[in-house]
Design a protein around this ligand. Structure first.
Ligand SMILES: [Zn+2]
Ligand SMILES: [Zn+2]
Length: 280
């Protein structure tokens, strides 16, 4: 059945009322504009059915079975009296009935299924995207948030004094002191792009027993240069005066480092103070 013709007929009845289907002259006028692209034979057959009083015949039929009989009779009459193709008339009458009663013709059901299928596909895609975002969430966080893990913990950025590679150190507040609990390699450029916590923290920065050491050289030591940057102590040497010398892996300056019992650090490590280190 022509869903296009049905669409046109429905447009016309929606605009001018169903009575237009009992008025061949008016229908013909509306058809002229709207149904230009419809195959002419079907259009003509539809017009003939209307002229034949098909609308009233279907409207007064008590049920669908009676409508089917009346449609067959009209098609028969049009063939006998006007020589019209019965298949074409049957199609035109199906369109008319569908326009009046919303009978779901076979051609429309798949279209509805398509809509349902597309809605289901869209819902499934949304679910997949939501699940993906949920799973990716830990990786969308800045690295210092991801590794600090729990409240009262922070990540500070350091460099290996031997390899100059960056790494993150997780510090935690324990017993009123801030201590180092974990270290892990960090992509330096990524870390700089993300930015680290800038809150300044004061504490001994002692390493707890399970602190794994610098991920690049294994040193468990911790140093802060006068330029404010943090590093491991993997490359420190004791000079002839018994002082500890080391080249800062950030600014490249060779300095003497002294022991301190308290460090001031922040994610950006821009706090004041001389070069200092802790040996544990
Ligand atoms: Zn190191
Ligand atoms: Zn430095």
């Amino acid at each position: 059945m022509s869903t296009n013709l049905l669409h046109i007929v429905k447009q016309i009845t929606a605009r001018y009322g169903e009575a237009v289907l009992a008025d061949p002259a008016r229908l013909k006028a509306f058809f002229g504009d709207l149904a230009k692209d419809e195959p002419k034979p079907l259009r003509l057959a539809f017009g003939r059915c209307i002229e034949e009083g098909a609308y009233n015949a279907l409207k007064t039929a008590p049920d669908a079975a009676e409508r089917a009989e009346r449609k067959a009779a009209i098609a028969q009459r049009l063939r006998d009296e006007h020589g019209l193709d019965p298949a074409l008339c049957a199609e035109a009458l199906d369109v008319l009935e569908a326009a009046m009663y919303g009978t779901a013709p076979a051609a429309i059901i798949p279209a509805k299924k398509h809509i349902l299928r597309n809605v289901l596909i869209a819902a499934a895609l949304l679910l997949i995207i939501a699940a993906g975002l949920l799973m990716a969430r830990p990786y969308l966080q800045p690295v210092w948030m991801r590794y600090s893990g729990k409240p009262g913990a922070k990540v500070i950025l350091a460099r290996c004094s031997k390899t100059r590679q960056t790494f993150g150190i997780r510090i935690e507040e324990r017993g009123g002191d801030w201590v180092r609990t974990m270290a892990f390699p960090v992509d330096g450029r990524k870390a700089e792009a993300e930015g680290f916590d800038t809150e300044t923290i004061s504490g001994s920065m002692n390493a707890v027993d399970e602190y794994p050491g610098c991920p690049h050289c294994g040193s468990k030591g911790f140093a802060k240069h006068s330029c404010g940057k943090l590093s491991c102590t993997g490359s420190e040497i004791e000079n002839n005066d018994g002082d500890f010398e080391m080249t800062c892996p950030w600014c490249g300056e060779l300095s003497i480092y002294t022991f301190v019992s308290e460090f001031e650090v922040s994610g950006g490590s821009d706090s004041l103070g001389g070069s200092s280190f802790a040996d544990n």
